[in-house]
Structure formats: C-alpha cells, structure tokens
Design a protein around this ligand. Structure first.
Ligand code: URA
Length: 237
C-alpha cells in the first residue's frame, strides 16, 4: 500500500492532505522521514509517527475511554461536550463511535470503534455481554433490594422483568451490579424500582475488559478486539 493511502485509511484526512503530510516530511517510519507519498509500506503491524506522535496501523480502530462526567455520548450533543472531543482527530475522522451509551453523569469504561460488526456484536441483546457498574446508592442497600435486583424488577417500558446477573453490596452505599443488557437509564431505573436511588454511577468493566487503574479520567488507549471475548483475563492493547 502507498504510505499516503495508508494514512488515509487511518483518518489523517483526504488523500490529498495525506500526500501533503508525507511530502512535507511530517511522517516517519522507523525514525526516518518518508517524503515520497507513493512509497510502498506493509500496513499490517506498521508503526509510524505523524508530527512526532506515535501511531500503529489498525485495520479497525477499537479504543477504551475513561469517560469523565459532564460528557455526552451522542454525536450531536445538546448540553455538554461529546465524548468524541476527547479523542484525537484521526480517530474521529475514521468514524469511530461509541459502543452503546453512558449517561452524561456516568463515568468509566467506554468502548469506541469504527467496526460496525463489532458494535452490533457487543450491543446486541442476543450476545449478553456483561457490564459491571459501581453504584453509589442514596440509601443503605438492603438484603431485600439485592434479592429484588437479582430476581428481576419491572421497568416502565416493558412488562418483562429485568434482572441483574450479579449484585454485590461492597459497602452499605456501594453496590456492584452486573447487567447483561443496556436499556436506557437501566441501572438508575432498576435502583429506583427496588426502592433506592443511584447517586453516582461508574462502569468498571465491559465483557472481559476491566478499566485499568492507570487510565486516567478522560484518557483513552487502544484495545485488542480479541481481548473482549477471549477466555483468559482481560488485557489492554
Ligand atoms: N445505566 C444507567 O442508568 N446509566 C448509564 O449510564 C448506564 C447504565
């Protein structure tokens, strides 16, 4: 593949803009400037820099973001900035979008990708990808509430009860809830249906991926798609 075409696939702008980046000497491979836009590169596994910033060629982009409060997941945010504004321009240009949504005031692990098939696989109710939420409850979480959340509570948009896969009281006000679906405001509505209230919400895991302690609020990192569904413990690429 020509290096300018490779940059185009990675979201560095139009083909013309990518050729310009190369000709201006802003692209390096193995530390050396590649100034010929037609230079052939082996894209798979390629490491390169653009204006000194390191990148690795990815056929599809999959990243994990530590979402701060005060950001909307919508592409057209209404009251707060979009989570997309926390990602570098090439990721936005290549069409990365959130895998499901978190509320504006929810923090924690978000996945974003430009792989439509993966989005479908991870969000389809058929696949039951578990997500773990750390809930700060308004009132002490009672045994009866845990039993109710595990047995199933009825929400206002469906007669079918929704149940948590797991519900663990970590401290009197800290509930760890594992859910298989991702209905609108699901955790908050389940807590309310069980007679409590969610004061703060943080997603700590998605499938086999656990939010790494080293990933600061607002930071992102690459993820290897295989680690989400693979058998061994989660890893971050
Ligand atoms: N459930 C909620 O209520 N809000 C979220 O952001 C995620 C799950």
């Amino acid at each position: 593949m020509h290096i300018a075409d490779m940059l185009f696939t990675q979201g560095f702008g139009t083909r013309r803009a990518c050729a310009g980046l190369v000709r201006q000497g802003r692209v390096r491979v193995g530390g050396l400037v590649v100034a010929d836009a037609q230079a052939e590169v082996q894209a798979t596994g390629l490491h390169f820099t653009v204006d000194g910033q390191h990148w690795q060629y990815q056929a599809h982009a999959l990243v994990m973001l530590h979402k701060p409060a005060g950001y909307e997941c919508s592409q057209k945010p209404r009251h707060h900035p979009s989570v997309m504004s926390l990602l570098p321009t090439p990721l936005r240009t290549r069409g990365v979008q959130p895998v499901g949504r978190l509320d504006e005031d929810t923090t924690g692990l978000m996945l974003l990708t430009d792989d439509g098939t993966l989005i479908h696989r991870l969000t389809s109710p058929k696949h039951h990808v578990p997500k773990v939420y750390e809930v700060t409850a308004r009132h002490t979480v009672s045994d009866a509430q845990i039993v109710q959340l595990l047995a199933g509570v009825v929400l206002d948009d469906s007669p079918e009860p929704v149940r948590a896969l797991a519900a663990e009281r970590v401290t009197p006000l800290h509930l760890r809830l594992t859910l298989a679906e991702g209905k609108y405001h699901q955790v908050k509505r389940m807590l309310a249906a069980a007679g409590n209230r969610c004061d703060a919400l943080h997603r700590s895991a998605f499938g086999r991926l656990v939010l790494p302690a080293a990933l600061g609020i607002g930071q992102w990192c690459w993820v290897d798609a295989a680690t989400i569904t693979a058998e061994p413990a989660a890893a971050v690429g």
